[in-house]
Ligand binder design. Structure first.
Ligand SMILES: Cc1cc2nc3c(=O)[nH]c(=O)nc-3n(C[C@H](O)[C@H](O)[C@H](O)COP(=O)(O)OP(=O)(O)OC[C@H]3O[C@@H](n4cnc5c(N)ncnc54)[C@H](O)[C@@H]3O)c2cc1C
Length: 479
């Protein structure tokens, strides 16, 4: 249960509860970050229901940080005002995960640890069960279900460098796609600009909130560079900061840049960011006195399984919530700290709907769609050797990462097609996860190839500008 993206969330969760803030302002910031592709109805639902979901968390025992008795609100990139609630300083996700897990463990809900959903069983267009592999005992079974909610999280493991844990292998997207559901907006994959890049440590997130509190970025010549790239400087949207960092790395020929928070009072740094400062200190880096070497890392899957405003997928009784779902809230680029809130708002709507509140009048989805059938997606020759996961991650990093090109995407399509033809029928958990990553990689590369522009978290050198005719959602399905 605790092996998930939620537990790692540091910065916090966005809700318009502060003095002078309003759902309307939160709406405007979200729409702006989404680069023309947000579903306005979904965004409005999220920003309006957000304060009530914060109240739910408080009643479940999550203690948000306070200053002088008032909830402390932090500023993060692309928010027009301080709006981010946090808990335990920078341990927001862990506090939420612990409170919810405690409640589940105390309830009559049955948990099957070490069990991997491997297939959605569909009968006549209706989801009726799940095939499950228990990776501890290596046994398979089928579980019948009236309703199924996919809540399998993201797919950061598609890439060589990621802030996501090992479980983030895009399983839910692959399961839903194989079951016949539509997948949308998968070309938009958000890279976090600042993951710790220190010795041989795996990338550890240095939250956006650190820049919100005044940290600045320096290149390897120790020069500040962000004001050259955006008037918001260090607080520009994530895609702009990530690309600026890559440009500086290319210019200076060095694979890292630095976050500098040495000008901040040490006591303030360690109390506001206890987890980050402790983690770095354990590795031998004192962030109150030293520069923090950072580099971008794959962070958040913006697209996913296409859902309605109450979490329905195309398959009856199959729902999706959280990072695996695409509610349309994030458009082409997620606004920081909106994802935890999206999980809460839309998963609650699923529960209300399945419990019988079926009369709520939600408008029809009005997104402009660009449908693509992948029935004929070619498989390569059988004589190709099955890849290991690191080959897949390197391919995705090099050809479908922060800066893409048409040539690179064409190469990736070809290699992935070959690999997909070579993959054996999965037996173990690792084999299932590899097959799922391969499916999601093909969907992502296909969508990135189709989109002939740059927008939000998708940047292609051959089409560096956004184009009005592409202000639509690429939707992939088997049919
Ligand atoms: C380092 C980091 C920092 C972040 N900081 C923030 C932040 O400050 N604010 C914010 O809003 N967002 C943040 N995010 C994003 C946010 O944490 C996630 O988008 C969100 O928590 C996703 O929740 P989820 O429930 O969809 O998925 P998860 O919390 O990842 O849960 C998915 C669960 O599904 C399980 N699972 C996966 N596949 C299967 C399968 N086939 N069968 C059975 N179970 C399966 C996994 O083991 C896992 O337990 C951050 C993410 C990371 C990685």
């Amino acid at each position: 249960m605790s092996d998930c993206n939620t537990r790692l969330a540091q910065g916090g969760i966005a809700a318009a509860i502060g003095l002078g803030d309003s759902p309307e302002k939160h709406f405007r910031d979200t729409i702006k970050a989404g680069a023309g592709l947000c579903d306005e109805v979904a965004v409005r639902i999220m920003v309006e229901e957000a304060p009530a979901r914060i109240a739910d968390l408080v009643s479940l025992g999550v203690e948000f940080d306070t200053v002088d008795g008032q909830v402390a609100l932090a500023l993060e990139a692309a928010h027009s005002m301080p709006r981010i609630l946090h808990a335990g300083g920078d341990a927001t996700g862990a506090r939420i995960e612990e409170a919810l897990s405690r409640m589940v463990l105390e309830s009559s809900i049955e948990i099957e640890e070490e069990s991997l959903a491997t297939e959605v069983v569909v009968d006549n267009g209706t989801a009726v069960g799940l095939k499950v592999l228990n990776s501890g005992s290596n046994t398979n079974k089928e579980i019948a279900a009236r309703y199924i909610i996919l809540a399998t999280g993201g797919a950061g493991r598609l890439y060589r460098l990621t802030t996501n844990p090992e479980v983030a292998t895009g399983d839910g997207v692959a399961l839903a796609f194989n079951a016949g559901a539509r997948i949308t907006d998968v070309e938009f994959f958000q890279f976090h600009p600042t993951a710790l890049c220190y010795k041989d440590e795996p990338p550890f997130l240095i939250s956006e909130a650190v820049r919100g509190e005044g940290a600045i970025l320096l290149n390897s010549h120790k020069e500040r560079f962000m004001p050259k790239y955006a008037h918001e400087a260090e607080l520009a949207p994530r895609d702009i900061v990530a690309r600026a960092i890559v440009s500086e790395m290319v210019k200076t020929g060095r694979g890292e840049v630095y976050l500098d928070m040495r000008h901040m009072a040490p006591q303030r740094t360690t109390s506001r960011f206890p987890q980050i400062s402790r983690f770095c200190l354990q590795k031998g880096l004192d962030i109150t006195r030293e520069l923090i070497p950072v580099a971008p890392a794959a962070h958040y899957m913006v697209g996913g399984v296409m859902t309605s405003y109450r979490g329905e997928t195309d398959i009856k009784n199959l729902f999706a919530a959280g990072e695996v779902a695409c509610t349309g809230v994030h458009g082409a680029n997620r606004l920081a700290s909106n994802s935890l809130m999206e999980v809460l708002v839309f998963s609650r709507r699923i529960i209300e709907h399945t419990l019988g509140n079926k009369n709520r009048q939600d408008p029809q989805m009005s997104r402009k769609l660009h449908p693509y059938s992948l029935r004929e997606l070619p498989c390569g020759k059988k004589d190709i050797i099955e890849p290991d996961i690191s080959q897949l991650q390197n391919l995705m990093w090099n050809k479908a990462g922060i800066i893409r090109s048409r040539k690179g995407l064409i190469e990736a399509r070809k290699v992935l097609a070959g690999w997909q033809g070579a993959v054996k029928r999965p037996q173990s958990r690792k084999e299932h996860e590899k097959r799922n990553l391969l499916t999601v990689a093909r969907l992502l590369v296909e969508a990135a190839f189709i989109r002939q522009e740059s927008r939000g978290a998708h940047f292609c050198l051959d089409y560096p500008e956004a184009r009005e005719e592409w202000r639509k959602h690429i939707v992939l399905s088997k049919e």
